[in-house]
Write a protein that binds this ligand. Structure first.
Ligand SMILES: *Cc1c(COP(=O)(O)O)cnc(C)c1O
Length: 401
């Protein structure tokens, strides 16, 4: 019987080769690796791509332990490391496209992913077509003879649409198109990429893998077919991370399961409470039916987390500001995946620059929450007070209208 994922989180990457017999691998800092004999140096050179000490840029035992752990928990043949999630996305794409190629990019991708396509890819003569996250079989009509990469992100950034990954991957594979997934929301583990047809699973490990809002780190795990090319081309683009950051990524994996389960339990309770509020139009939490693509979440995911959005019935920026400014436990910050709660608001017109084909069909302000590990009732009380501030200004506006 294969081990359960909880057990894997504890054992992954703890090979004695890397740990030297202690529980956690030492932080091994190196630029230069030194060899005593010609034979030793030759051996290292032959095996340099295969977790052998060779030169600092190829990594040390600390990196090798983290890379092993990532492939043990996510699957795939190997894991390349990057200084942040954005570098992982850019390098994964750059490792496989050339001038004249075409990318199919989900319209709800992370904003810098879109900007990368619209600037650097464009400059290289690589064309991007954005597609609706819920397109399903319709993706067939957008495939061109030069389509090289189908890029997914599920759930989508901010608006949370869950994609039908197996259907999209199957169609892409009929044409030898490489399927890449930004798998950050699932932390690589609550959506098993290689069981659903993904070729390269990318993560901002900055988020849940690290889990404590104190490290920038990116990972890309590739299937056997694409691992060599991803590794070698990323290497040529100079991608590497510090051993301290690799260490903290590995340490995050140890508590990933308990953290994700608590984030998920808290976030579902907050989401259901929001559903009962009169100011709220609908809640975009993948575990709830009101989230686009909920059925794919039910079918393909093995757990949730703390990140979701809800849409208010109205839009009145002054009231939204009153809501956001007075929060006690929710801070405003552009990240998520740490132990702390976060809040951001998007006015509907802000999607005009973030989307080209999937303009959201709602009228009110969208609020994105990251539900942290605080006591959930404290968080609900905080949101309740925030909505009271919001309502007071809406009432004032209506009275003067
Ligand atoms: C944060 C994030 C990234 C980028 O990661 P960085 O480490 O901040 O560069 C990519 N994709 C998603 C979905 C993210 O949330």
């Amino acid at each position: 019987m294969s081990e359960s994922k909880q057990t894997k989180y504890v054992t992954a990457g703890r090979d004695k080769k890397w740990t030297n017999g202690v529980v956690n691998p030492p932080i091994q800092r190196a630029s230069t690796i030194v060899f005593d004999t010609v034979a030793e140096k030759q051996q290292a050179t032959i095996n340099r791509a295969n977790k052998t000490l060779f030169y600092g840029r190829r990594g040390t035992n600390t990196h090798f332990a983290f890379q092993d752990a990532m492939t043990e928990i996510e699957g795939g043949a190997g894991c390349a490391l990057y200084p942040c999630g954005t570098a992982a996305i850019a390098n994964a794409i750059l490792s496989f496209v050339e001038t004249g190629d075409h990318i199919l990019m989900v319209d709800t991708c992370y904003e810098p992913t879109r900007d990368f396509c619209d600037t650097i890819m464009k400059k290289m003569g690589v064309e991007t077509t954005y597609y609706e996250p819920t397109i399903g079989e319709g993706i067939r009509d957008l495939i061109k003879p030069n389509t090289k990469v189908l890029f997914l992100e599920s759930p989508g950034s901010i608006t949370m649409e869950v994609q039908d990954v197996p259907t999209l991957a199957k169609i892409a594979h009929e044409q030898e198109i490489i399927v890449m997934l930004d798998n950050t929301w699932a932390a690589g583990v609550n959506f098993s990429p290689f069981d659903h047809g993904v070729d390269i699973s990318i993560q901002a490990a900055t988020k849940y893998i690290v889990g404590h809002s104190d490290v920038m780190l990116g990972t890309a795990v590739a299937s056997e077919k694409y691992w060599d090319q991803l590794r070698e081309q990323s290497y040529l683009m100079g991608q590497c991370v510090s051993p301290d950051d690799a260490y903290l990524g590995l340490r995050g994996i140890r508590t990933l399961d308990v953290r994700l389960r608590q984030h998920a339990e808290n976030s579902l309770k907050v989401a259901k409470w929001l559903q009962s509020r009169p100011e709220v139009d609908h809640v975009r939490h993948p575990a709830l039916e009101t989230c686009p693509g909920h059925e794919f979440y039910q079918r393909d995911f093995t757990g949730g987390n703390g990140l979701f959005s809800f849409v208010l019935k109205t839009t009145y920026p002054k009231a939204t500001t009153a809501l956001l400014d007075g929060m006690k436990h929710f801070s405003m910050g552009y990240s998520w995946g740490g132990y702390e709660s976060l809040i951001l608001a998007n006015e509907p017109k802000s999607f005009n620059s973030l989307r080209t084909v999937a303009n959201p069909n709602f009228e009110g302000t969208l609020v994105r929450l990251h539900i942290g590990l605080e006591n959930v009732d404290d968080l609900i009380a905080d949101l309740e007070a925030g909505l009271s501030r919001y309502n007071a200004l809406i009432l004032e506006k209506e009275a003067t209208a």
